[in-house]
Design a protein around this ligand. Sequence first.
Ligand code: G16
Length: 544
Amino acid sequence: MLIKKISTTPYLDQRPGTSGLRKKVKHFQQLNYLANFIQSIFDALDSPAVKTLVLGGDGRYYNQEAIQIILKIAAANQIGKIIVGRDGLFSTPAISCVIRKHQALGGIILSASHNPAGIDGDFGVKYNTSNGGPAPEFLTEAIYQKSQQINRYFICQGEDLPLDQLGTYILGEMTVEIIDPIADYLALMEALFDFDQIKDHFKQQKFQMCFDAMHAITGPYAQAIFQHRLGVQPSALFNHIPLPDFGGGHPDPNLVYAKTLVEKMYGEAPPDFGAASDGDGDRNMILGQHFFVTPADSLAVLAANAHLVPGYQGGLVGIARSMPTSQAPDQVAEKLGIPCYETPTGWKFFGNLLDAGKITLCGEESFGTGANHIREKDGLWAVLFWLNLLAVKKQSVAAMVKNHWAEYGRHFYSRYDYDDLPLETAQTLMEDLNKQLSTLVGKQFGSYKIYIADDFSYQDPVDHTITAHQGIRLCFEDGSRIIYRLSGTGTQGATLRVYLESFAQDINQHNQNSQQVLSTLATLAQNIAQTQEKTGRSQPSIIT
Ligand code: G16
């Protein structure tokens, strides 16, 4: 098969962000834009020739075309074998599972996660390494450096492959195996959870659930797991047909965007349990009847009860959360006598801790929860974990969480996002905050006194690399916190995230409304950063 060497010139904006390279679809469709980045990945990898890679995406617009281009570039770069999900599909957790199971060198994931899709939406490319997790910073930086010098890429000439047909194909000298994207993942879930007990709970207790796939990748997985394996009624699955534009929605499972689910769970006679996942299936939101479980509470409850579930009967070695995530999991770790690590935002920072056997569970405020079974956060895993716990405890979601608060105290939590700010405005705001830090320590604001004011820096406990400038932290003596950081996943302007947390040990305070409890802290956060003066916005674009 003819291999062509195509001359090209670098694009200067191919530095991966929090989770791979994310841009508008039309940006990716520019001449050689995708090819440059893919060739840069191969150029940055240590002897990828003859090795096996895994390839797939969340099915968003441009997924299929991109897969065909990547296959041809891979064949021209002498990759030995590529395992592709049927129709070019894989959820992010499933691709992590397949990389590990098939001992692949790594995988290429096509997704912009929860960002909207369609011709005017976003697209993304992410490289995961042999542990199944996102490439560490040194590798994403190496890929970026290659992209800045690139002057050619290699591509095979040939017909497109029939991605909808399972089987083995040859492209140049490369083998392409098209596999069922669900089977390996389902087998892994069955090894971790007691499917029979969950099924029984549905049957005996007349327990009802619903799941919102938001027209994204988890639809077919949810059908295979909940409907076919656990016997849930088809009507319990909403928006389960994946669409290239995700039905025009924003597939981010939170109270604002997962509308169908929220209406159902806060409506009349809701089911006992509701959940949603995002574009590529790694995020999750858990709801009970008229009850929302914050992501950090979810991690804390799972950690405190993990011993009740087959996969975690042996106990946990440690847990980790990203810095802006509430400190609810810390309390559980303390009681269990295990460490709780605080990492920067980004799942890649959990990779070393998981590989070194220092943690079993981890999670983030951005609706990500996961464990050592793979190296990505895992939406459906979290849903199954909750279902398994509910089947064991035979309690409602609200009762489980409220009992947890009674034992550990409640962390009230909220995130304010200021979207689409001019980059310079956002950067100046952060720089100005940074300049204030030394004057803030010891300062009293009403009943709040600051005892830590810093720019979060992380030293990886395994390889000792230091990652600095990971967000401004204001910690108050009563356990409250205000965190400011700029998002690393947006594709338009800059997003300022302000995270608010306050703690109440007293059970009599646990039923208060989060936004009311956090209102003074929110005003303080706005005043300290002068958000209104600097951004011209009196309110955030979205509160979750
Ligand atoms: C990605 C990362 C997460 C991170 C999230 C939010 O999630 O994998 O670890 O918490 O971005 O990042 P930011 O606050 O920088 O926008 P996903 O689901 O988008 O891949």
